[in-house]
Design a binder for this molecule. Structure first.
Ligand SMILES: Cc1cc2nc3c(=O)[nH]c(=O)nc-3n(C[C@H](O)[C@H](O)[C@H](O)COP(=O)(O)OP(=O)(O)OC[C@H]3O[C@@H](n4cnc5c(N)ncnc54)[C@H](O)[C@@H]3O)c2cc1C
Length: 286
């Protein structure tokens, strides 16, 4: 099945796009986190969102959840790791799943954690963003896993069942304990190094290096250049016009990923505009 639209991201921009697509009876897939957005959940009090005076971030996420449940809108709890153009539509990879869609709405927010020096050039040459897709390549090998959130720990568990040795770099508090082959690293990795065109080691903050065959980066977001090659950006944000249209046909963007100000109501407004633009684009295909 080819969807009308795929929304990537479950913050206010994604929620607003999903509500608008549902109201217009579109066939869409929504990929992100079932807990919506960490950036929403972490807000102590929100004073500037119309209709929800002085809610906590958690209360706002709860309202989003209720509203989506009442409309029977489901979230696929996965990270999209790559997108490819496929003739007149796009194909998205998220974990071990593959989705086809005529249009895409990026509502991915802005990344808190940047990529490491060397990472970009080594994607597919030892650097992976998807444990279930690429884990089998590292059976009985030595790998590193850099992980920004506890919710990805099941992927670390999965990888530790395949690899002989895992250097684990958790970028969050209180990581779980894993099997004996997982060494939790207290120093951060600061650089990825290549030998003969493939990843060979990571340099740590203290200057030491660890030799690895592969590294898995499990982050709340994936760099835009990696996700969809050819997508135009401006100062790290997706370039859009007032209709939230990007440089690629059928691709729209909304929320923090399009630029400042980083605000809930701007994200929600843009999600609505992006959904309307996607609907117009779909009509033009017929
Ligand atoms: C502590 C804090 C307090 C704040 N307080 C306020 C406030 O009071 N008022 C205000 O207006 N703004 C506030 N903000 C800013 C606000 O949080 C953001 O502007 C808003 O969340 C942006 O919404 P968004 O939908 O664009 O992105 P986000 O809320 O960042 O959501 C993006 C979502 O996309 C998902 N995602 C990213 N990449 C992928 C991928 N490849 N595949 C699948 N999913 C993906 C992420 O996991 C995330 O769930 C605050 C921010 C913080 C951190």
């Amino acid at each position: 099945m080819i969807y009308d639209t795929a929304i990537i991201g479950t913050g206010p921009a994604g929620v607003s796009a999903a509500l608008t697509l549902r109201a217009n009876d579109k066939k869409f897939i929504w990929i992100g986190s079932k807990t919506f957005s960490d950036k929403v959940g972490k807000a102590e009090r929100i004073a500037n969102y119309p209709g929800l005076p002085m809610v906590t971030g958690q209360e706002m996420n709860d309202v989003f959840r209720r509203q989506c449940e009442e409309l029977d809108i489901a979230i696929e709890d996965r990270m999209v790791t790559s997108i490819m153009k496929f003739g007149d539509h796009y194909a998205l990879t998220a974990g071990s799943e593959f989705y086809e869609t005529y249009t895409i709405i990026f509502a991915t927010g802005v990344a808190n954690v940047g990529t490491l020096p060397g990472e970009g050039e080594l994607v597919g040459k030892g650097v992976s963003y998807c444990a279930t897709c690429d884990g089998f390549l590292y059976k009985n090998k030595t790998i590193a896993v850099i992980c920004t959130a506890k919710r990805f720990e099941h992927e670390v568990e999965f990888l530790s069942g395949l690899a002989a040795k895992v250097y684990y770099f958790p970028l969050y508090k209180d990581p779980s304990r894993f099997g004996e082959n997982v060494e939790i690293m207290s120093e951060r990795a600061v650089k990825m190094n290549a030998e003969n065109g493939r990843l060979a080691s990571l340099t740590l903050k203290n200057g030491e290096a660890v030799s690895v065959n592969g590294v898995f980066c499990l982050r709340e977001s994936v760099s835009l250049a990696t996700l969809l090659p050819g997508l135009a950006t401006e100062q790290g944000h997706i370039a859009v016009d007032r209709a939230m249209v990007t440089n690629l046909p059928g691709v729209f963007a909304a929320g923090d990923c399009t630029g400042r100000p980083y605000q809930y109501v701007k994200a929600a407004g843009e999600g609505n505009v992006a959904a309307h633009s996607a609907i117009e684009y779909l009509a033009s295909l017929r």
